[in-house]
Design a protein around this ligand. Structure first.
Ligand code: 9D3
Length: 263
């Protein structure tokens, strides 16, 4: 891991802890989760998984992320990953065979019932269950091995869903050009919840409160910027009053744009 020397000092913290407390080394050094991504656009992921929390979590061996090109699992001369839909219609459908072969190689079986404990094969698709923090938390807490299948074209041969997929997930009610951005969103949301993935400066504990309330406004220097002042209360030094103000502002904002969260 030559890359470790490029980590900022705060990023080195969890790695050094192992050297200081060898008794915990086996626990800390074991990858907590493996995430394998199946895509026809592997290059889509090369930069995004190399920054911030995901990068640090990979270097600290909290998560192992592998990107697989679905095309490399084809067996035909033209390496076809899609074909025309039976019954006719516009667009193309992703073929089942390369995806079955990929799962067979990665998991060891193409039968869902035989997957090892903690294995989830997730299909990102517009037909999926809308992603919520509670599902993200469940994956982070319970899964050891995630395989994310990114669809393209008009859809995917339904036999992938029938035999391989344990969870079908959508990230919201808008149309993407493929499952790749959704796989990035899901990976980011899960990895930041893995133990020790966040530095000590940030905390996921705060999230439980935040889940049902939007955040309050924040300000930093200078006190006055282009004629706009920082609210007086934040300069008062009265921490009880500041806490009260923040709660009030968070509620106000939530009522205004996300009333559904208050129910
Ligand atoms: C013609 C009907 N469209 C279904 C709504 C076809 C279609 C649109 C977009 C088929 C695939 C896609 C690509 N999108 C995804 O693969 C996707 C997605 C999304 O579009 N929105 C929110 N979450 C997701 S997860 C995967």
């Amino acid at each position: 891991m030559k890359e470790r020397q490029h980590l900022a000092s705060n990023e080195r913290e969890s790695i050094q802890t192992v050297a200081l407390f060898p008794a915990f080394a086996s626990k800390m050094l074991a990858f907590r989760m493996k995430i394998d991504v199946l895509t026809i656009f592997p290059e889509f992921f090369t930069e995004v998984f190399n920054f911030g929390i995901i990068r640090r979590a990979r270097l600290a061996e909290i998560v192992e992320i592998n990107i697989y090109d679905i095309r490399s699992f084809t067996t035909d001369k033209h390496q076809k990953t899609d074909d025309k839909p039976f019954g006719g219609g516009d667009g193309m459908v992703m073929k089942a065979e390369p995806i079955f072969r990929a799962i067979e190689q990665i998991v060891g079986t193409w039968k869902r019932e035989n997957y090892p404990d903690g294995t989830r094969v997730i299909l990102l698709s517009p037909q999926g269950k809308p992603l919520k923090q509670i599902t993200v938390k469940e994956f982070a807490d319970q899964a050891k091995h995630l395989i994310l299948i990114c669809g393209r074209y008009e859809g995917i041969d339904e036999r992938v869903n029938d035999a391989l997929v344990t969870d079908e997930i959508s990230i919201g009610d808008y149309v993407l050009s493929g499952g790749e951005p959704a796989a990035i969103v899901l990976t980011d949301a899960i990895v930041r919840l893995l133990p020790n993935a966040l530095g000590s400066e940030t905390s996921a504990v705060n999230d439980s409160f935040t889940e049902n309330l939007l955040d309050c406004p924040h300000y930093t220097h200078p006190r006055e910027f282009r004629g706009m002042e920082v609210p007086e209360v934040l300069l008062s030094g009265n921490h009880a009053l500041i806490e009260c103000w923040r709660k009030e502002k968070a509620l106000e904002k939530t009522r205004k744009i996300r009333e559904d969260l208050l129910k």
